[in-house]
Design a protein around this ligand. Sequence first.
Ligand code: SF4
Ligand code: SF4
Length: 744
Amino acid sequence: MKDHLYSTSDLHKGYDELLHKFIQNPKVDDRNFDLAVWYHDTGHTAAAVSFYIRTAERTSDRLLQYECLLRASMCFNAQGSRGNSVKGLLQHAVALFPERPEAYFFLSRYYEQEGEWFDSYTLASIGVSTSDDHPALRTDVGYPGKFGTIFEKAVSAWWCGLCDESIKLFKELITEYPLDKLHRDAVENNLRRLNVWDDSYSDKKNLGELRTPETFSSNMKTVDDEIRNMDRDLIVYKKETGTKLKVTFPKSNKIERNYSEAFQDIFVLLATNGKRNGTFVEVGTGYSVYGNNTYLLEKEFDWNGISLDVVEEFVDRYNHNRTSKGLLKDATTVDYSELFKASGLPENIDYLQLDCEPPSVTYKALENIPFDEYKFAVITYEHDYYSDSDKIYRTLSRKLLTNNGYKLIVGNVSPREGVIFEDWWVHPDLVDIDRLKDITMTESDEVVANSLFLEKSNNIPNWKSTEYPTLEITTTIPKNGCAVDCAFCPQRVLVQSYNGKKSLTFDEFKTVIDKLPREIRITFAGFTEPWLHKECTDMLLYAHSQGHKITVFTTGIGMNPEDVDRLKDIPYAGDPNGGFVLHLPDQEMIAKHPITEKYLKVLDKFAEHAGSIQNFRLMSMGELHEKVRDIFPQPGESAMWSRAGNLNREVILKPELLNLTDRFRSIYHGPEPHTCGCEEKLYHNVLLPNGDVSLCCMDYGLEQILGNLFESEYDDIMPKPFSCFDLCNYCENAVKPELTKENL
Ligand code: SF4
Ligand code: SF4
């Protein structure tokens, strides 16, 4: 790729000059872009975003649109808490210019940093196949070159279990690419860790920190870290949720929770009839608690054993967090006979776990086990059929274990649909096979583990699939819609679609709050200005007193200065889509705030407390209205989208929008089913004054009513994770369900 047309430092012309040019003709794309870069370079990322978006909306230059999307994502990235915005902008950049490499690189790195390895791998694979030979962008967006994308592919391949490919790519990087120092160090580090470092590589003068496997594990330094991550990522048994185990054995009713990725710990206990003081050999330690198959056995049933891994960090952590012994050993070459003797293990060992990466290594470790000297009551063998490109190791391992007298009890186990990764075996001399008859499944193509063990697996509420379940409150829907009547808000569509009662009463609000799980975040926003309801402050304080996290999106219209005093000390929750956002009037009157004396007093009050209100933010739809400019600084503008197509319907009903259609963007994903790609997933819903709950804040046409909270329980009306809705096909936040991490 050629050099950039100009460096950003070229743009450090005086702000006044840039602004002057812009004011002379705000429609010129270059002038918007120059201002955006100036704001960006001087750290005003919110303003920069709005000018990048303005540029992208006004220009017909596809390359410039692409660059604006990349640079806007850089701004959100710099803000540190707008992951969904970063992702969305990069996805649009990919869609806009699929033949260029930069957006794939950044999107792959985004997923890598989120630990979404398959998505990261997919994007990097596509990015690598694109050419670097394209016209230069105007500015440096931080794309390092093809080696950066190959590095992302190598790292994500490792975490997807494609270890041979990962090693091949790291070798390719160090021998064939001129790397910068950060990438070089990271590649060397990885090759050494994987025991494939060759001293001849030192001669290469390549000079990587993106992300290495070690930095991923740094998220899980303590037992609490591991448990927190596990509760987010895995389906486990937790007594407190009301879930019941389908199987019983001595002391099973005392178990508060389990820790395995796919209930292996419960299977071992069932097979050994809840044995106490059992023994185990864990090949492939991994995390000491997160998804660990022996933590429950050791902690609650007094088992003891040894655990082997080639990753020093895993072994160190195991020895720190566990009472059994972690050993830094290569499972494929270690002398197990000696090791077992030295560790004082009996000839009949209760449990053998085999779980290495990739499948070829696990099989080599299996071949290395001295089955002629030792018997194992239970074996869980990870063949990783789903990621085994040769599809041979499941067959080979079954043959070997059958020849050694083991009996398959459950084949093709997966922790969630589509991830067939293990077989579970027992030795008939050591285990009463009759005890396992209710769960024996040797012929199924796939056995999703939680269906075997959880009595009511559907007791896990659907909304638990996000960390940020949210209910927005629409306190009132006046006959003519919201009094502020922002041009870009489909109020006509709303009032045409709603025929329920006008306002929520305080008692109805309390009834709803009292039936919500405390984890549900309450957002005062909804389809109209929430403080058009005179009891809105009381509602907010009540929801807070009941332990809910609170966020707000308001214009302040309808408030009194006393409301601000009553609201200011609430600890408003942060992103996604959080904070206390004050929407200020703009000079163009795109938002038509009635700017009265009382309103200005409310703004003065906000200005007085702005520094102390937690997560307080400003926004406006353009240049601030002259009457409020001396109260607040100019905030960034928000990008305008069509609210899942509802603004296009509004155009017909609101003629003033006809002149503004170039100021908002629309999208249509085609007829294939789509679901929500927001961090709240499908669980950022909107309560209406009549108790109905609409899917989300895009649904001004009220097409997707999930149920009624006056009549039903919250859990009963929440949709299943990854459900698809017609509305999503028109929404910029939508994704295909199969592209979500959980479905991979
Ligand atoms: S954006 Fe908010 S304030 Fe503006 S009309 Fe819509 S609901 Fe009312
Ligand atoms: S329309 Fe669908 S994708 Fe868009 S925010 Fe609503 S639920 Fe999410």
